[in-house]
Design a protein around this ligand. Structure first.
Ligand code: ADP
Ligand code: F6P
Length: 319
């Protein structure tokens, strides 16, 4: 192997740039040539390559988003699209590919590997919904962004004695809601993995007010319900002055935390080590603080585990 390529695909996540930097520098350190593919799989099909040198990835470790840009590409889901991508890779004499992305991107990477093209993944999604790794890039930053928002909302909620519903990202998984709700001291957390008990939520709000609580914060994952609907129910059943905030894509941007920079650096370098040692069809995972190689097939077939013990803890601390 002499030449490798790297791309970012799907939803962007803070920490992707740290991973790109690590891939490039580790690659060059090990005397490989490194190419960047712009706009994910779309760039792979269109042949949108750029050479990457040590200096190309200077001054990016602290930046959110991805300097290689990202895309969602329907054509890559077809065999014809993937054949074109492999043809371009071979024409450029690229021997292996590193894909930084989420589970959708890994489905594409698995297909490439099955077609005989060596591919290694780095998990990056703020949703932290990939099996086989305790953390994916961007999750820690997103949780920190959400708790900063909760703290700010708490100030105004207390001043006016209001109830706030905060809707956070997470279509299928409630990791962001759970971790930020616990760290932000929310009264109730609504996640797709747990049954919603509206009676319990209302009861907590009413009891809290009786005890003299000045504000209440409810965190709802977007996959459970619209924050506005939950707000309507609370207003109707309690008569409390209730406001709803949808945090949206604010959660996906911003400078990565130290944790995500470290994770990106470690995972990017490990991806190069795996690929250049001939281990394809795997993603880098972090399990119990150890870097491991996890087969794409495992990561994509297992249901990612959300720590329900944290949910129970949050429930017991927010009485
Ligand atoms: P993420 O990687 O963040 O989960 P997406 O689910 O949007 O993001 O997937 C990113 C891209 O990966 C898609 O636009 C598509 O190009 C590719 N992809 C997703 N699923 C498949 C699949 N089953 N086969 C081939 N490529 C896929
Ligand atoms: O990156 C994951 C995620 O943030 C989900 O939680 C969210 O539902 C989705 O992306 C929205 O992404 P987009 O607006 O790019 O479709």
């Amino acid at each position: 192997m002499k030449k490798i390529a790297v791309l970012t695909s799907g939803g962007d996540a803070p920490g992707m740039n740290a991973a790109i930097r690590a891939v490039v520098r580790r690659g060059i350190y090990k005397r490989f040539e490194v190419l960047g593919v712009r706009f994910g799989y779309q760039g792979l099909i269109q042949g949108d390559y750029i050479p990457l040198e040590v200096g190309s990835v200077g001054d990016i470790i602290h930046r959110g988003g991805t300097v290689l840009y990202s895309a969602r590409c329907e054509a890559f889901k077809t065999e014809g699209g993937r054949k074109m991508a492999i043809r371009n890779l071979k024409e450029k004499e690229v021997d292996g590919l590193i894909v930084i992305g989420g589970d959708g991107s890994f489905r594409g990477a698995l297909q490439l590997t099955k077609m005989g093209y060596p591919t290694v993944g780095v998990p990056a999604t703020i949703d932290n919904d990939i099996a086989g790794t305790d953390f994916s890039l961007g999750f820690d930053t997103a949780v920190n962004t959400v708790i900063e928002a909760i703290d700010r909302i708490r100030d105004t909620a207390t001043s006016l004695e209001r109830t706030y519903v905060i809707e956070v990202m997470g279509r299928d998984r409630g990791n962001i809601a759970l971790w930020s709700g616990l760290a932000g001291g929310a009264e109730s957390i609504l996640i797709p993995e747990a049954q919603i008990d509206m009676d319990d939520i209302i009861e907590r709000l009413v009891q809290g007010q009786k005890r003299g609580k000045k504000h209440s914060i409810i965190i709802v994952a977007e996959g459970v319900a619209k924050g506005s609907n939950i707000g309507d129910v609370i207003r109707q059943r309690t008569g409390f002055e209730t406001r709803v905030t949808v945090l949206g894509h604010i959660q996906r941007g911003g400078s990565p935390t130290a944790f995500d920079r470290l994770l990106g650096s470690q995972m990017g370098a490990m991806a190069v080590d795996l690929l250049t040692a001939g281990k394809a069809g795997v993603m880098v995972g972090m399990q119990n603080n150890q870097l491991v190689a996890v087969p794409f097939e495992y990561a994509l077939s297992q249901s990612p585990q959300l720590p329900l013990t944290l949910y129970e803890l949050a429930h017991s601390l927010s009485i």
